[in-house]
Structures are given as C-alpha cells and as structure tokens.
Design a protein around this ligand. Sequence first.
Ligand code: ZN
Length: 408
Amino acid sequence: MITNHELYRHLAQKNDNKIVLLVLDGLGGLPLTPNGPTELEAAFTPHMDRLAREGSCGRAIPVRPGITPGSGPAHLSLFSYDPVQHDIGRGVLEALGIGFDLGPDDLAARGNFATVDENGLVIDRRAGRISTEECIRLTKKLQENTSLSDEGYEVFVLPVKEHRFVLVVRGPGLGGQLTETDPLVTGKPPLPVQDESGTPEGEHTARLINQWIEQARNVLADEPRANSLNLRGLAKEPGLPKFPELYKMRAAAIAVYPMYKGVARLVGMEVIDFDGDRPHHEIEALARVWDDYDFFFVHIKKTDSYGEDGDFEAKMREIEAVDQVLPQLLNLDPAVLIITGDHSTPAKLRNHSYHPVPTLFWGQDVMPDGALIFGERASERGALGVFHATAIVPWAMGYAGRLARYGA
Ligand code: ZN
C-alpha cells in the first residue's frame, strides 16, 4: 500500500510529540552461511534489542518487490514519496547535494570532466581524477567564459569533488527527456544531448545544452587533462509537495554526505550544519536543534559503505557504534523513534539489494509484539509485517498522535 499524500495532508495535526527517523544506510544484510547471523543479528545491540522488545517491528520494501534501489529513490520512499511516481534525476540530487538552491525553472546535470585525444575520442572519462582544487578552477573558468545565447536563460557551473561538477540551466520552458553525453567507454566520442520526449520544450532544451557544451569544450580545449566534459542525469527540479506542509511538522535533516542532504532539501527539510562525521556528532547536532523542529531525519552512511566493501565485520561494528549513542538520543525524549535503513546492502553481495529492510518503531503507544531483538529474522515476528517504506512516516504520525480521526 503506497501512501496517499492528500489523505494525510487532510488528517495531519500539530502537537508537541517529536519523531526521529534514524536511518542506517544499507542496514539490511544477509547471513554468510545459511545458519549464520546477518550483520545486524551479529552486532551487539542491547539498546536496539530493548527498543524492539518494547516496540513494534516489520520489514520495509523500498520501491517494489524484488527491485534494488539507489539511495536517492530509497530515501524519497522513507520520506513517504513513492519513487516510482516521483522519478528524480541524478543531476538534481547532485545539485541539491552541494547545497544549490534549485528552483522550479531549473534543470540540473551531473558533469564529469574528461580527457579526449586529438580526434575527439574520450581517453579518460574522469580526466585522471583531477584534484578538487583543479575542479574549482575549471568550473570558475567555465562560469566566466560560457553563457546561453537565448534571452532569459542563465547558467551555473559549480564544483563538486575531483572530476565532478554540477551544471544548472535556469530559464522558462525547460524540460523534456534528455539523454546523456557520456559514451561510458573510452575510445568513443561524447554523444550529443538528445530529447526523447518529442516535445517542443525538450527539443529547445537539448539545443540550448548542446550549444553550451560546444562553448564549454572550446573553453577547455587548452587544458592538459580536463580538455572536455560530459553531462549525465539531466533533469528538472521535480516540484515535490513539501514534507513540512504535508504533515504539519517542521523537519530537520542531520546527515554527513551531500546526496542525503540533497534529498532532504528536495522535500523541504532544513539541513543542519555540524562538525564531525561520527554517530555521536550527529546526536550532538540533534540535541542542539531539538527544540526547533518536530521531525528529525538522522542519516548514518558507513553501514552502506562497509556493506559495499564486503566488510561484514566493519558494518557490524558501525551498527554497534550507533547502538552506543542511542541512550543520548533517548534522553531527548522522542515520542516516536524509528530505526530502519533505506535499503539492504548485504556485505555478502557487496551491493545494494532488494531484500526488505528490518524496521522498528518505538514509542509510548506502540504495541509490543513478538520481535524480541532487532534483526531480520526477528522482524518477521513483528506486528507490522511487510509494508511499503512510504508507510513509515504515516505509521509514526499515528503513534505520535499527529493524525486526526478519519470520519465521525
Ligand atoms: Zn542507501
């Protein structure tokens, strides 16, 4: 069952109960041997286990059964937006991730500096992974020396990291279904941007962007390594309904990595700045802004990174590190705490996976169930069963008394 925003917008009501959504990226795992534990089951997590015993568990499907999600769509789902219905481009995520304030007239692309030979064939798709300082210099050079010929259009070229940058084009009537220029292999020339929507906006947008690319490549032509570029994930700002408006909750995001801040911004959450990158730094930041918001999204990245490295042990230790900071979080007295992941990243697979994600809800009015510890297999004995991840925020709102009665 996928969340119906209009219904919840209608029922949402304010109160003083605070909700924390604690996301361990890629939380779900797999046993290395059939009878062995998963990463979460193997981890020593006395606090999570107590919360599972006192609360309710289930397993969340991020997109659709059997589908392995990227972290962007998987987070949209956690925030209650069906990612199939709201397809957001990689360029949009990248732009939001560096803190660019994308507006409704903006189209964003992820850019990669590249090296081409004298025949224009790509010989290095990452321009030898130039330094971030180089990236800053080059994006400045492009910003100062490129423009769009059509009246009323603006262009922004922004550095990300190493060979990566963001291009934002701003102006009326941009759109379409635009293809990428990266040939994805070396020895081939970059491709032109093409529109697959067949609309006049799409055609116009493709023409504008191809003009800019030509100019930009001329500006870069004398560079030793980054003498060309490619654009990927071209997409418009999707104009999603904003979370604080839908649910009548002021929402804060506490995350270390840019993309997660970006998705949170996309739905209207405020991103909190803080120093440090460990779970305890994130909980300190949470404590600092506790009085100013109603809903808090706290994102832990490294569980996913270690899963992708195939490092079962390190992923398990990171889960334990999060468990150790839970008392500090609980001291803040949240009405509802959710612990989940955006998808599974079993170390066994070294990749994201489609497996449903163990999820726990804890709070005063949460019904305790048969899940006596927090883990994949224990979650099967939870009362909530298997549900779509878009149901997480609505469940939490119900537990927090933030939904009015439906009908008389
Ligand atoms: Zn993820």
